[in-house]
Ligand binder design. Structure first.
Ligand code: 5AD
Ligand code: SF4
Length: 427
């Protein structure tokens, strides 16, 4: 979501007449996009803000701004902590950046724009911004009504608001005209998407509309909540060839007791039943997920239930985190907080088990011919790199002219973070 917001800001800044630089020493405007979903993300943002404050001290003429969820949450308090900052830009006010810059430049003002009660201000597009890219995001809804007990998102992204399907279709067409081949639809809970224009348009309906667009090779989406994953959406995976057979479906814990305390709205068994339905579509359907360890009151038995679920499902990949208190959430006030050392030890056990499972799942791709969307040269430079439909990175030898096209690659080797193969020249 932050990457998408940064791109929205970037397009508006281009329209405003600015050009991008990859060296902050050359910049006249520095905007730091921040995340506060976990304590670690917040620490990283604060340390970057601190570094940019020293740049601002040396060159007071630059405009320094903070955007994203920390900006939204802390608002004017951030100015007290970082008095040299010129702008605090909330999550729903990105569309106002041109007016705001005018005021800062002309009026020498400091601005805090963090209204969360509004629907996002429409953001201007720049129809050349994505020219060198193969894939991009589109936000289809923003905010969350779920209030999982540990989560700060509802407080910094506000309540759910869906964008109109017409706006989304126009944005998709603009991306396709610039050469984009793969679009990932974004929302805190995409399955709650409901656009109220003309008649009600649901998320599966939106997927069907997008899948008819010319030139769109692949659609993905993230994130879907297990409690709202409907049969209608599951059927889209059977129906729509452009919808990639991969889902990111956070489960958070394998213990029903902890899931209840988290206010997640589903049980372990219900989660397993969903995965069974998805793998019934095709056995290699890719499942990735988020999980956390050390939620308040998580006992060793609860943790073992999480490990057991991981072994039962065999996720293709997992994002795993140590629970951290977020200000104002329900779980912040819960007792029986788990000791930091215990959290670290649980996390490292979990991650080493998942590493084995990821490798095992990747090995299953060996011997198959898979469709790869070529994204560029691999980091080492000799190979091309792209992703298969199930979202694994695939490296192979090939001509750079293939970048941006769909090719067939015969998978020969599997590693934890990637697959390696041979290009089918008759693709
Ligand atoms: N502590 C640790 N992890 C968290 N997440 C969200 N809030 C917290 C928290 N307070 C994780 C969840 C979520 C992912 C985006 O971040 O696993 O799915
Ligand atoms: Fe946070 Fe839960 Fe909403 Fe996801 S569904 S954004 S975890 S409150």
């Amino acid at each position: 979501m932050n990457e998408y917001d940064s791109d929205c800001l970037g397009q508006q800044l281009m329209n405003y007449g600015l050009t991008a630089t990859d060296n902050h020493e050359d910049a006249g405007l520095i905007m730091i996009n921040t995340c506060t979903v976990r304590a670690k993300a917040q620490q990283k943002a604060f340390s970057l803000i601190g570094r940019m404050m020293t740049v601002k001290k040396r060159r007071p003429d630059i405009i320094l701004g903070i955007m994203g969820c920390i900006a939204q949450q802390k608002g004017i308090d951030l100015l007290k902590k970082f008095p040299d900052v010129d702008l605090i830009l909330g999550t729903r006010e990105i569309g106002r950046i041109s007016q705001i810059l005018d005021r800062i430049i002309k009026g020498n003002e400091k601005i805090v724009a963090t209204d969360l009660s509004i629907k996002s201000i429409p953001r201007e597009r720049h129809d050349g911004y994505f020219r060198n890219r193969i894939k991009s995001y589109i936000s289809i809804m923003e905010g969350c009504n779920n209030f999982c007990s540990y989560c700060i998102v509802p407080y910094v992204r506000g309540r759910e608001v869906s964008r109109s399907s017409q706006e989304i279709m126009e944005e998709a067409k603009s991306l396709l005209s610039q050469g984009i081949k793969e679009i990932t639809l974004l929302g805190q809970n995409v399955n709650s998407y409901l656009s109220a224009e003309r008649e009600e348009i649901t998320f599966p309906m939106l997927l069907r509309m997008l899948s008819g667009l010319n030139g769109l090779n692949r659609i993905r989406f993230t994130t879907s909540h297990p409690k709202d994953l409907s049969d209608d959406l599951i059927n889209c995976f059977k129906e729509l060839p452009v919808l990639c057979p991969h889902i990111h479906l956070p489960f958070q814990s394998g213990s029903d007791r902890i899931l209840r305390m988290m206010n997640r709205g589903y049980s372990r068994e219900q989660y397993i039943a969903l995965i069974t339905k998805l793998r019934d579509i095709r056995p290699d359907f890719a499942i990735t997920s988020d999980v956390m360890v050390g939620f308040p009151g998580e006992s060793d038995k609860d943790f073992q239930m999480t490990i057991d679920l991981i072994r039962t499902i065999e996720f293709d990949n997992l994002f795993s985190f140590k629970y951290s208190d977020r200000k104002g959430t329900f779980s912040e006030k819960m007792d029986k907080k788990v000791d930091e050392h215990e959290k670290s030890s649980r996390l490292s056990i979990l991650q080493s088990i998942q590493k084995e499972i990821t490798l095992k799942r990747n090995i299953k791709h060996i011997g198959k011919e898979e469709e790869v969307l070529v994204e560029g040269e691999s980091k080492k430079g000799v190979l091309l790199t792209g992703r298969n439909e199930t979202n694994q990175i695939v490296n192979f030898l090939g001509d750079i002219k293939l970048i941006g096209s769909l090719v067939k690659v015969f998978i020969k080797r599997a590693f934890i973070n990637s697959l390696q193969g041979i290009l089918n020249k008759n693709h």
